[in-house]
Ligand binder design. Sequence first.
Ligand code: NAD
Length: 275
Amino acid sequence: MILDGKKISEERLSLLREEIARSGLQPKLATVIVGDDPASRLYVRMKQQACERVGIASVSVELPVDCAVGSLLARINDLNRDTSIDGILVQLPLPAQIRPEMVTSAIAPEKDVDGFNPLNLGKLLSGNPLFVPCTPMGIMTLLHTYGIRTEGAEAVVIGRSIEVGRPCAVMLLNAHATVTICHSRTSNLKSHIKRADIVISAAGKARFINADMIRKGATIIDVGINYEDGKLCGDVDFEGVQQKAGAITPVPGGVGPMTIVSLMENTFRAARMRR
Ligand code: NAD
């Protein structure tokens, strides 16, 4: 079974558009970008386009690559105080002079639609989430939509970043899976992957999971965005693994679109909660 993130995200965007129209609210998302990294610009543009599709207004704040931490924090503070703004997204990664924790901590928790504020991460860890990070949220929606059982399942998450691996592991735990987190220092990664019912790969290593490594019938979620000879590919050797997996996400068209729809859903939720 192909877990078609593109199709599911299209369906959810249409539903969200109707819900927003019915609500009479005009949610508004502020995107903040520091520097001119082409990939970051592309991601922000895609998020703004999704906003347009569902009826969320967006404003864009663009700061130079050599922006001082203080200036960025001041802009975030303005957005925190601006009552017309429901959600704030600061596109990561940030230039080296800016520590991301300082920025994520500065976003008001009730406008933190990316879910990276330590308070929101703590709430997730406590099993009482408010806003959760969009990529793992999209993954959980995809699993749920396709009826993939997490309760009692052996789940192996590869990667321990704040953006993907850690929150994904906690969400799977909250959904009653037995979770193992693997990372670059894990010894015998293969033995962990082999016993998993659900594998979430967020390592960012092109095609490093092959058919021999997985258990027959396992669900494989490929978060990786890698380029090989200029061509986009995931962490999973899709052609080989799909013969053996029970369910698998393609790259592109799997987790990526689900991340964007989750951001839209979080922004509408922020608007409903604040008003
Ligand atoms: P990151 O670089 O912060 O984290 C990568 C993690 O993988 C680290 O924790 C590291 O320990 C682990 N890792 C690296 N090599 C490994 C190996 N050989 N074996 C086991 N673990 C290994 O990256 P990230 O921000 O978590 O993103 C991971 C990947 O997901 C990247 O390719 C990124 O582009 C992609 N991504 C996709 C989306 C999406 O919406 N599709 C969103 C965010 C990130």
